[in-house]
Design a binder for this molecule. Structure first.
Ligand SMILES: Cc1cc2nc3c(=O)[nH]c(=O)nc-3n(C[C@H](O)[C@H](O)[C@H](O)COP(=O)(O)OP(=O)(O)OC[C@H]3O[C@@H](n4cnc5c(N)ncnc54)[C@H](O)[C@@H]3O)c2cc1C
Length: 325
């Protein structure tokens, strides 16, 4: 519970083109896992004209929403968001601020924490209640270990690992309050435009089972094996490591890792993936990881729950036959 202001957790909503992202449920789930009732949670929607998105967020989350409209808040601008959130943190004195686990959150969370002298824990995958205040678990940057952290600061800035904190649909929407906040465009920065990059494939976020092709698949032809294996599971998707996507064997929006998607499916089958930390950082939140690699010393085996040290061209057809039976 909060020993600071009336608000225990302030969430920054993730909204794209006026539509709240599914990841907002992860942030709410984390706030609830911190044992805060919905009455002590506020969701901030920041945009030039935030009201309609704020209403959608209140319906999606069933939490009270602060609609913060101001010049300079659309499109996203790091300095403008930083100024607005710093101001809100000082007025509302929350104990936790939960930002989206996205490129926006990666940009803003460390800067906000530094500005507010707060702790910053990104990619939280679990909350342990150790009696002396929340203890948080996150996957380490090299993906192979779980770090257990007790924040000691008055305020902690967090992001939630996608898929780690499922929440039920709310029974009713929360209240929406409007705050007008003139934000001056930051000095020394001129916004020139925004170009769409390859969006992360929605199939990856929704999949229960992901079969990932690493460079060890050897050729685009062998991808057929990976695709056939994935096709045997309902709600499945095929992903790739960076070399596979860079080579054009799979589209860029199928890449998993620090410069690709972060996923947390129930089952992740890594085929011919070495387990570089840049890859592990995107998939270590999977509930069960199976690795198929012909090199028994490959780092992926330290992250895997089940390891198969075998040539994938030999093993995957056997697995497919077994699953078909
Ligand atoms: C700034 C930066 C960002 C990066 N971002 C990402 C990212 O987002 N995602 C990402 O994936 N990488 C990323 N990388 C690249 C990363 O460092 C690794 O190079 C990459 O993950 C390796 O991909 P891989 O495991 O498919 O290939 P490799 O490292 O080449 O591994 C292939 C593996 O397949 C095994 N193998 C080979 N043949 C077979 C076979 N027949 N059967 C079974 N096993 C076999 C080998 O033993 C080996 O372990 C990034 C790198 C940098 C510097």
């Amino acid at each position: 519970m909060s020993d600071r202001g009336e608000i225990a957790a302030l969430l920054l909503a993730d909204v794209k083109d006026g539509v709240p992202a599914e990841s907002n449920r992860d942030a709410l789930g984390l706030a609830l896992a911190l044992s805060f009732p919905r009455e002590l949670i506020r969701v901030a929607v920041l945009a030039e004209d935030a009201l309609s998105s704020a209403r959608k967020c209140s319906e999606m989350l069933g939490a009270d929403v602060l609609s913060v409209s101001g010049e300079g808040l659309s499109p996203y601008s790091g300095p403008a968001f930083l100024a607005a959130l710093t101001d809100m943190a000082e007025r509302l004195t929350p104990r936790f601020m939960i930002l989206p686990h996205s490129s926006l959150g990666m940009d803003l969370a460390p800067a906000l924490a530094a500005r507010l002298s707060a702790a910053c824990v990104t990619g939280v995958s679990r909350v342990e209640d150790a009696g002396l205040g929340p203890v948080l678990a996150r996957v380490s940057a090299d993906g192979g270990r779980e770090e257990i952290i007790r924040p000691l600061s008055a305020l902690t800035v967090l992001t939630a690992l996608p898929g780690s904190f499922p929440v039920e649909a709310p029974e009713k929407p929360g209240a929406v309050s409007e705050i007008a906040r003139p934000v001056l465009p930051p000095a020394g920065v001129r916004f020139l435009g925004c170009e769409e990059g390859p969006a992360a494939d929605l199939a990856l976020a929704a999949a229960d089972v992901i079969v990932c092709a690493g460079r060890g698949v050897g050729s685009p032809e062998n991808l057929a094996l990976v695709e056939e294996l994935a096709g045997l599971f309902p709600r499945s998707a095929v992903a790739g490591s960076r070399p596979v996507c860079d080579a054009g064997w799979l589209p860029a929006n199928r890449q998993v890792g620090v410069t690709g998607a972060t996923v947390a499916p129930r089952l992740y089958i890594a085929c011919g993936v070495s387990g570089a930390f840049q890859h592990l950082a995107g998939m270590s939140g999977a509930k069960t990881i199976v690795a198929v690699n012909r090199d028994p010393s490959a780092p992926i085996f330290s992250a895997a729950h089940v390891g198969v040290a075998e040539d994938l061209v030999t093993f995957i057809p056997l697995l497919i036959d077994a699953l078909k039976k």
